[in-house]
Structure formats: C-alpha cells, structure tokens
Design a protein around this ligand. Structure first.
Ligand code: AVJ
Length: 318
C-alpha cells in the first residue's frame, strides 16, 4: 500500500469511527460497535486477555484442536482449501492445517492487511509448500475468493467464538453469506462458546488484573485520539453483565457521575450510572447453534467439546 493510500484509508476509518460514535452516543441507549475496540492497543490488550487465568475460551479451543485433532482432521476429510475469517496470529490455523490431510490452500481473510501477514507467515512455516493466498476484505460483507484457490472443495474456519459478537440475525446472515462464498460441497469448522454459570462468564469478562477493563476503556482513549473527543476515562468504569434472557455477556462502560462529553461539535450528556454498551458476546446451547446454522442453510455434522463442556467446535455441512 502506498503512503497516500494508507493515509486515505486512515482518514476513511476516522470518518467512519466518528459517524458510528455520533449515531451510537446520541441513541436512547448509548452503544458503540465492538469492532472499534480493536485498534493496535486494543489488539495488544485482547492478546493479553487470551492469556488470563479467567479467560478460558482461547486455551480451551486450542485444547480441543490439539487433543481431538486426529478426529477433527478425519471428519473434515482430505484435499480442502481452508478459508479463515479473521485469522488473528494464525496459531489456530497452523494447528488445524497441521492435522488436515493434504490441504489444498490456506486463504486468510481480514480487513487489516498487517494481520494477514503474521498469520500467512506462521502457516507457511508450519506447512511449507502449502499455497497461502491472503485476501484483504471485510468478511462481514460479500467478497470474492482468489481465482488461484482452484476447484478444491472448501472448509470455512471461524474459531474464537467471534460469531458470538454478532446479534443472532447477524450471525445467520454471516453464516449464509459464508456458505455462498465457499460454494457447493463446502464445510465449516465453527468455534463457539457455550452457556455456563454466570459467575464463570462474568469473571472471564471482568478479570481481577483489570486487563478487560483496560481493553474496554481503551475505546474512550481511542475516541479522544482519533475522533477529537474529550472523554475523561477516569470517570467511567468497566462492567460485565450476563444477560440471562439473550444469553450473552455484555460489556458496558458506566458513567460514574453526571457529565457532558464533546465529540465532533456535539455535546453528549451522561447521567450518573448511564452506560455505553460496547460489546455483546453471545453464548450458545448446542440446540440454539444448530438452529442458527440451519437458518443459514448449514447442517451440523459433528461437534467436539472439552472435558468441562466450556467451548464447542462444530463441523457444518452446506
Ligand atoms: C473477540 C469474540 C474472541 O467475545 O470473548 C474478550 C472478545 N471481549 N473479552 C469474546 C472479548 C472481551 C472475544 N472475541
């Protein structure tokens, strides 16, 4: 990417952030799309979250992939091109590709080119000779697969319970689009977090060391840095709550006092105790996940879980 193109992209990002912030913070119930949590600092903090004792999803999913890799590889079958939606550092893809029989290609898809490089390098090291074909695209919209992927049947890979950040309708829309993108005969390996005790969930999203709180509050620092806002992050507190009815953990930033914040020429009032809803992380019962997948045209072929049934990996058939 040229310097001018990179500058344009950054300016576009900033404009989109400001537009989302104005819309979300002037709504009756204040909210911000969770994608804005993931700037460079947010990604660094998320990395740290994945290593916290309270945050079980990452290590549990890697445990399933490691311990049950042979069964997963056999169920997926040989010769598939793996298309990963949001590859992160590529650790899970490297593990998966290590146990698949004769994978045809690896196609990591992400909107941030700098993330693709790390994942691509990691997989290339783990699987020398495997064609690695990164795609810069927003996978929450339609995008074409690279022509060089060839005619091999595809395996979609969507680990990490990222699906949980979508509202149910968004999850179905994503799964349906992914099915169309992947084409006839596709399969999908989907990682999703399971419903469990609220105490375990709330600790996972509000850890003792305060890393998740810092991750959430970074959003306010980001709005100050990139949107010219004047948030006092010290006047907000992170809160994680289990929403029993919607079966999701919600992250909120709670205004500790009545205050007015300025952003893009607007004055935004907060009452004491009013919150900004910054992220939802849906948890699933197996029946519910099968229902969402079914609504998107997928059928559950198999499911793997850890010994404590904390996390699930689903193999779906188109
Ligand atoms: C991005 C879906 C993996 O919802 O568990 C972790 C994000 N937010 N702690 C999740 C997150 C707070 C995470 N995923």
């Amino acid at each position: 990417m040229s310097a001018a193109t990179a500058r344009d992209a950054a300016a576009q990002q900033r404009a989109a952030l400001i537009a989302d912030a104005l819309a979300g913070l002037t709504a009756p119930r204040k909210t911000l799309p969770c994608k804005w949590l993931y700037d460079v600092e947010g990604c660094r903090l998320f990395e740290a979250i994945t290593r916290l004792p309270e945050y079980y999803p990452t290590r549990t999913e890697i445990g399933i992939l490691t311990d049950q890799g042979a069964a997963i590889g056999a169920a997926v079958g040989p010769g598939r091109a793996v298309v990963e939606f949001g590859p992160g550092d590529g650790e899970k893809a490297a593990l998966l590709l290590g146990m698949l029989v004769r994978p045809a290609a690896y196609v990591p898809v992400d909107i941030a080119p700098e993330w693709l490089e790390g994942a691509a390098n990691r997989v290339s090291l783990a699987r020398p000779g495997l064609p690695v074909l990164p795609v810069v695209a927003d996978f929450t919209a339609s995008f074409p697969l690279p022509a060089r992927i060839g005619a091999a049947p595809r395996l979609g890979f969507f680990p990490g319970s990222t699906i949980g950040n979508f509202e149910p309708e968004g999850a179905v829309a994503f799964l349906r689009r992914a099915r169309v993108t992947l084409g006839p005969g596709a399969r999908m390996l989907l990682g999703a977090d399971l419903v469990k005790s609220p105490a375990v969930l709330e600790a996972a999203y509000d850890d003792a060391a305060g890393v998740t709180a810092a991750f959430d509050l970074n959003l306010l620092h980001r709005l100050n840095r990139e949107a010219g806002a004047d948030f006092d992050p010290g006047a907000f507190r992170h809160r994680a709550v289990w929403n029993e009815e919607l079966e999701r953990i919600e992250m909120h930033l709670v205004s500790e006092r009545a205050q007015v914040v300025h952003l893009a020429g607007r004055a935004i009032p907060f009452a004491a105790g009013e919150t900004i809803h910054t992220e939802s992380s849906h948890k699933y019962r197996p029946e519910r996940l099968a229902e969402l997948a079914g609504a998107a045209g997928w059928r559950v072929a198999q499911r793997w879980t850890d010994p404590d049934s904390l996390f699930g990996l689903w193999l779906l058939d188109a």
